[in-house]
Design a protein. Structure first.
Ligand code: XMP
Length: 523
């Protein structure tokens, strides 16, 4: 396995993704991981990430003893500068920041670049298109190092001490702009470090099943099933491991998508034979929400009620000793960036997984090591339908945050039907250029119920009915998002169908706001 030390880079997780794409297991830890912990981790190699600081003025320093462990080390950007400075080279601040594409020229025959090039120049040097983002640069090589790549503005663009297995690059191989970036990282991990490519889904399932059986023994496990990808995949995996010892509790708050409750029951109880307790708590939730219009209070009410219902249900399962949760790797990574930056809460996120410790159950979190796309891959490998596993994310409070203002059962029913039409049209409309459906081309899409009435005309009559807004966004991380440029014909069909098929709605609008300043959800 590979250890990645995070010096506060925004893209450190991408390094981990690339390494795992080489089927090598890796973990991301903060730069100040104690050397004893590093030793105990026993990495096959170490990768040092980039970071926003300057080496000579920051306390972003890892323990230099990691260079004495006898394992290969790859420094990226700040990681290169820290390596250079720590091993006796020189780092200086540049007059200008270099940001964007650069063409590097490979020098010598380093194991890192040999045979990897986008093209070559007249003298036969390999040329590579890379992505640079730095202010400081290495100006003198440490002892034992040789130059392995250069650019006109960055004469030491990469360096290596091949005898000790130390490599460093000023550019970012982890971003897709660096065309051969993945190859370079895989070269380091597989050829130079000699890590075995054994991190594959079938292997993972075997190991995870074994581990769950060892952990749980003959005890019983409960799991809060939400219908979302993470809890569904966790349920399928645990069921594969311990079968009847797992009981899922599916709390239906009445604010799910159309027919979702039925779908979850069909998939788990009927198809997979998982024990699922279906709790229809919609009346309780609606009761608690009555009269409340404040978005934050609505979220808190839904969160608290969820915990209450789940707790009441789990107390009935007196034999249960374990609580399983669909926690995934990005939830548990302790990032170096988060240590310094104060995280701002824009909205209080209620997650169906977030249950209190008062249940007195041991925690079982079999997806803790997986990235989201690995969770999806696992779901498919376990036999969950592709369509379910690749669904858009759905917020814990569900339609509670998509019905603006007071939540009423009547509004929820109108919204569910409008939303289902929109999703159906997105799935059925194929973009010719890419051959993909608009559902797959968007990251999240849904309808929002506006408690506003407007005048319309239908046949000979005047109508005075509710408005629905359509929201569709494209994003890679949900922190920022663009509104999706859906074809007018798709919007037109969706609008027609909603107004014709959902009595009570006579107007449909499309949301053309980006995030920021708008958020993806309306509340
Ligand atoms: P916003 O609206 O903040 O949403 O731009 C970003 C992403 O988070 C989801 N979201 C939630 N998920 N509980 C959740 O589990 C919540 O309370 C919640 N609020 C927003 C939203 O759907 C989007 O994917």
């Amino acid at each position: 396995k590979i250890l990645i030390l995070d010096f506060g880079s925004q893209v450190a997780q991408l390094i981990a993704r690339r390494v795992r794409e080489a089927h090598v297991y890796c973990e991301l830890h903060p730069y100040d991981m104690p050397i004893d912990a590093i030793r105990a981790f026993n990495p096959k190699a170490i990768i040092l990430s980039g970071g926003p600081n300057s080496v000579y003025e920051s306390d972003y320093q890892a323990d230099p003893a990691l260079f004495s462990l006898g394992v290969p080390v790859l420094g990226i950007c700040y990681g290169m500068q820290w390596m250079a400075q720590t091993l006796g080279g020189k780092v200086e601040s540049g007059d200008t920041r270099e940001f964007g594409y650069a063409e590097i020229r490979a020098r010598g025959h380093s194991k890192l670049f040999n045979g990897l090039q986008d093209r070559s120049n007249a003298e036969g040097h390999g040329l590579l298109d890379v992505w640079m983002s730095h202010g400081d640069k290495v100006t003198a090589l440490p002892d034992g190092f040789t130059l392995i790549a250069e650019t006109p503005s960055c004469p030491i663009a990469a360096m290596a001490d091949e005898a000790r297995g130390f490599y460093a690059v000023q550019f970012h191989p982890e971003v897709t702009h660096t065309k051969r970036g993945t190859d370079i990282l895989h070269r380091f991990v597989l050829s130079i470090a000699g890590a075995a490519p054994s991190w594959t889904m079938p292997n993972y399932i075997d190991e995870a099943v074994k581990k769950i059986r060892e952990q749980v023994g003959d005890e019983e496990v409960i799991l809060g099933l939400s219908g979302g990808v993470d809890s569904s995949v966790a349920a399928a995996l645990i069921h594969r491991a311990i079968g009847e010892q797992l009981t899922c509790v599916f709390v239906d708050h009445g604010l799910l998508r159309l027919n979702e409750g039925q779908m979850v029951m069909d998939m788990f109880a009927r198809n997979l034979g998982v024990k699922v307790v279906h709790v229809d708590a919609s009346a309780e939730f609606m009761g608690k929400l009555a009269g409340e219009t404040d978005p934050e209070k609505k979220r808190k009410i839904i969160g608290a009620e969820f915990v209450e219902v789940f707790q009441a249900e789990s107390k009935k399962l007196t034999n249960a000793k374990w609580l399983a949760q669909g926690t995934i790797y990005p939830d548990v990574i302790e990032s170096a960036g988060a240590k310094t930056k104060k995280a701002h809460t824009i909205k209080s996120h209620h997650n169906v997984g977030g249950l209190p410790e008062t249940l007195n159950l041991k925690l079982l979190e079999p997806l803790r090591e997986l990235f989201k796309d690995e969770v999806r891959e696992l779901g498919v490998a376990l036999g969950l339908p592709h369509e379910m596993v690749y669904r858009h994310p759905f917020p814990g409070p569900g339609l509670g945050v998509r019905i603006l203002g007071e939540v009423k059962a009547e509004y929820a029913s109108l919204l569910q039907r409008a939303d289902a039409i929109f999703i159906e049209e997105l799935r059925n409309t194929i973009d010719e250029a890419s051959g993909k459906s608009w559902y797959d081309l968007t990251s999240q899409a849904f309808a929002v119920f506006l408690p506003v009435k407007s005048v319309g005309v239908m046949g000979d009559g005047r109508t005075y009915e509710w408005v629905v807004a359509l929201r569709a966004v494209v994003t890679s991380d949900f922190m920022t998002a663009h509104w999706a440029e859906l074809p007018y014909s798709l919007l037109g069909r969706t609008s027609n169908r909603i107004i014709n098929e959902v009595r009570g709605i006579n107007r449909v609008v499309y949301d053309v706001s980006g995030k920021p300043p708008a958020t993806i959800e309306w509340e």
